[in-house]
Design a protein around this ligand. Structure first.
Ligand code: DLL
Length: 440
């Protein structure tokens, strides 16, 4: 198929690579100076290896001398310690989903928001969005970055934005039909939930105006892409972002669907061996590490995303000169993503522990019913967590459900089960997370 490749900012997206490298170096210099001056965390880190940005950064390769920043570092800085500007200059605050004891809080200056909108506009344009589109955004409009992030970029393009946010699938479908939505923005799993519900309601996707689905926010597969495309009669593209780095707008596919173009004039990406931290060459799979180049409020230096992918340097037919990252193929840590929410199973144990002072044996299970994902927490029945009275038991289960829901942002099912029915590893330890989404 031949596509009309529109490019939002050709001057930057199709930049000569030598010039791009020079721009990156200048911006990196400014970023490192900024964090050295304004963020005690980075100043301490740089000083510990005797690195003075003004003297020791002469080439982009010098970035590799610097230590990584991890999600724990950001969590430990809760809420504002890693901000590089005073709160007075912050106009927006977001936070990422509950993987840590403390959430990771990020801030944006007015300028950061401007750039964020532009980068999302680039990514949406690459995915086929124009001013003529009616775009329905089903990401959450809240503390997470998905909804508002996409929203402002779509408005900048001049598309008509429907901020429907998450859930109420039947209403989403009615809106899609009546308002003649042409672009759906959603997690890939939710796009399939919508397809299922359309089928159940007898709504014919061919009779809708839908052309593209812009997917992102969670891992998915080529099979899921095919299914979305075949069932909704659309093209589906992938886009990637992380709250700590900005949110959506970091990288996104063009209609070639051959990897996600990285917005390299604003981010430097590296892929490293998760065990040794050594940089890997293009084409090798490892952990994605990102450095921001223009963020004012919340710059990050060598942030370890935990996401596994590879860098693609071969030219793309769309004309953009930026490198691409491959589809995210997994995580290098124990974060699991369910319904676009990042969850660290160990942290759920800590939440459960707070209820009665000790953690019951538990196992998180991701289930898929139809195309809808659910989180089930199976609790092994022990004397401490068993009650003769049904009422007491129900109170405990309700409390667990509520506490976990408050922590991660989605409501799990809690099931009390026989202790020995929990799946165990070879050493007899309960496996904290079981993914039954692919087997059901
Ligand atoms: O998920 C930001 C976002 C929202 C990007 C919507 C794109 C669209 P967080 O809540 O911080 O931010 O979660 C970031 O989600 O480290 C990945 O593990 C996962 N993730 C995001 N996009 C993709 C993708 C937003 N396209 C975490 N493929 C990341 C696979 C993804 N995983």
């Amino acid at each position: 198929m031949h596509y009309d490749y529109r490019i939002w900012d050709p001057e930057k997206e199709c930049m000569d690579r030598e010039e791009l490298r020079q721009l990156q170096l200048e911006r990196l210099q400014a970023t490192l100076n900024r964090v050295y001056k304004n963020v005690s965390f980075y100043r301490r880190r740089f000083k510990s290896i005797g690195f003075v940005p003004e003297e020791d950064l002469t080439d982009i390769e010098d970035l590799k001398k610097l230590p990584f920043t991890t999600s724990e570092d950001i969590s430990d800085s809760y809420p504002y310690e890693m901000f590089a500007v005073p709160l007075r200059e912050i106009v927006r605050i977001h936070s990422s989903s509950g993987t840590m004891t403390n959430p990771r809080v990020v801030g944006y200056t007015r300028q950061d928001l401007k750039i964020w909108s532009r980068l999302v506009a680039r990514i949406l344009t690459a995915a086929g969005v124009t001013a003529d589109d009616v775009i329905q955004v089903t990401f959450g409009y809240g503390l997470l970055t998905g909804g508002l992030g996409i929203h402002y970029g779509a408005e900048l393009i001049g598309a008509s934005v429907l901020p429907t946010s998450t859930g109420r699938t039947e209403r989403q479908i009615h809106i899609m039909r009546d308002f003649r939505t042409t672009i759906l923005v959603s997690t890939p799993s939710y796009a399939l939930v919508i397809a299922d519900r359309m089928e159940a309601l007898g709504v014919d996707p061919k009779a809708l105006s839908l052309r593209h689905v812009v997917c992102g926010g969670e891992p998915w597969t080529e099979e899921m892409r095919r299914e979305i495309e075949d069932r909704l009669f659309v093209t589906a593209t992938d886009n990637y972002g992380v709250s700590e780095v900005m949110g959506p707008g970091v990288a996104g596919e063009c209609l070639e669907k051959a990897g996600m173009h990285v917005q390299e004039d604003h981010f430097i990406v590296e892929v490293v061996d998760p065990a040794t931290g050594e940089t890997l060459p293009p084409g090798s799979t490892g952990e994605l590490v990102i450095t921001t180049l223009t963020k004012e409020a919340f710059p990050v230096v060598r942030y370890r995303t935990g996401d596994l992918c590879s860098i693609i340097e071969t030219p793309c037919a769309c004309g953009r000169t930026t490198v691409r990252i491959s589809r995210i193929g997994g995580r290098s840590d124990d974060v699991v993503v369910i319904k676009g929410i990042n969850i660290v199973p160990k942290r759920i144990g800590e939440v459960l522990e707070r209820i009665k002072g000790t953690s019951p044996p538990y196992q998180l299970v991701a289930l898929r019913e139809g195309h809808e994902d659910h989180l089930e927490i199976r609790i092994g029945i022990t004397e401490e967590f068993f009650f003769d009275k049904m009422r007491d038991q129900k109170t405990l289960v309700d409390e667990m459900r509520q506490k976990v829901a408050n922590f991660i942002g989605i409501t799990p099912r809690i099931r009390l089960v026989e202790l020995n029915s929990l799946r165990r590893d070879l050493h007899g330890n309960v496996i904290l997370f079981v993914d039954e989404r692919t087997t059901s």
